[in-house]
Design a protein around this ligand. Structure first.
Ligand code: APR
Length: 229
């Protein structure tokens, strides 16, 4: 029984990291066209670098919560495969001991737009940073911006097509392609479950919806899966 999990900002909310679209969320305070698009970066790279420096600094003090730890326990103890795909650019899944596929990149990583090298970003990135491979001063946060293609899509498609159970946790179902994963997994014959604070935009497409804070719903759901394993 292969399980494929998709997480979003809601899984990190109780670690103190803001979500994007809830009341007070990141996109209610910042114009995403300015700070999260290639065009915004071309117009004002300093503003974009500063935005990700701020987000990286906030995340540096954050600790994984009970939901991250429960998912790591599931990956360690479940007898079959558990693929964990995240839209989050924080590293809280890894801090809890999970291996996650970061489809929207990671703000702890920097990338060179000249030679495509990737490396651990300094806590404070600067436009003067040089690439460790080719020395160009063309570095950017290794995150996927709106209008860019998410990472690892072939690998993710393979997981979705071989899933027996697809579970989405803490994501509003607004941003594609991730919002379409439930339909893909359903098409491949998987049962589907949503765990979210409130019904997402695509809640109607899931077989089951479990509402509540991730730190409560995820550990309870993991216990149930491991007991039935
Ligand atoms: N527990 C569970 N769910 C929660 C919690 C919580 N404690 N707090 C909030 N949520 C839910 C909200 O109800 C909402 O549906 O998490 C969801 C967060 O939604 P978004 O802010 O839209 O975040 P996400 O779905 O991850 O955004 C997708 O959009 O801006 C881009 O690239 C960015 O990866 C991000 C993508």
């Amino acid at each position: 029984m292969k399980i494929v999990i998709l997480t979003g900002a809601g899984v990190s909310a109780e670690s103190g990291l803001g979500t994007f679209r809830d009341k007070g969320g990141v996109w209610t305070k910042y114009d995403l066209q300015e700070v999260a698009t290639p065009e915004g970066f071309a117009r004002n790279p300093e503003k974009v670098i500063d935005f990700y420096n701020m987000r990286r600094r906030n995340a540096a003090g954050a600790k994984p919560n009970a939901a991250h730890f429960a998912l790591a326990r599931l990956q360690a103890e479940y007898r079959h495969e558990v693929a964990l795909i995240t839209q989050n650019v924080d590293s809280l899944h890894e801090a809890a001991g999970s291996e996650a596929i970061h489809m929207h990149g990671a703000h702890g990583q920097a990338r060179c737009t000249t030679c495509d090298a990737r490396w651990t970003a300094p806590l404070v990135m600067s436009l003067e940073d040089t690439c460790p491979e080719c020395s160009a001063t063309t570095t950017r946060p290794d995150v996927v911006w709106f209008g860019e293609v998410p990472l690892y899509l072939p690998e993710i498609a393979e997981h979705l097509h071989t899933a027996d159970l697809f579970v989405a946790i803490g994501t509003s179902g607004t941003v594609y392609p991730a919002a379409g994963f439930v339909a893909e997994a359903t098409g491949a014959g998987a049962r589907t479950v949503e765990l979210n604070l409130e019904p997402s935009n695509v809640a109607g497409q899931f077989d089951d919806v479990i509402l509540g804070p991730a730190t409560e719903t995820v550990p309870a759901w993991v216990d149930q899966v491991l007991q039935a394993d």
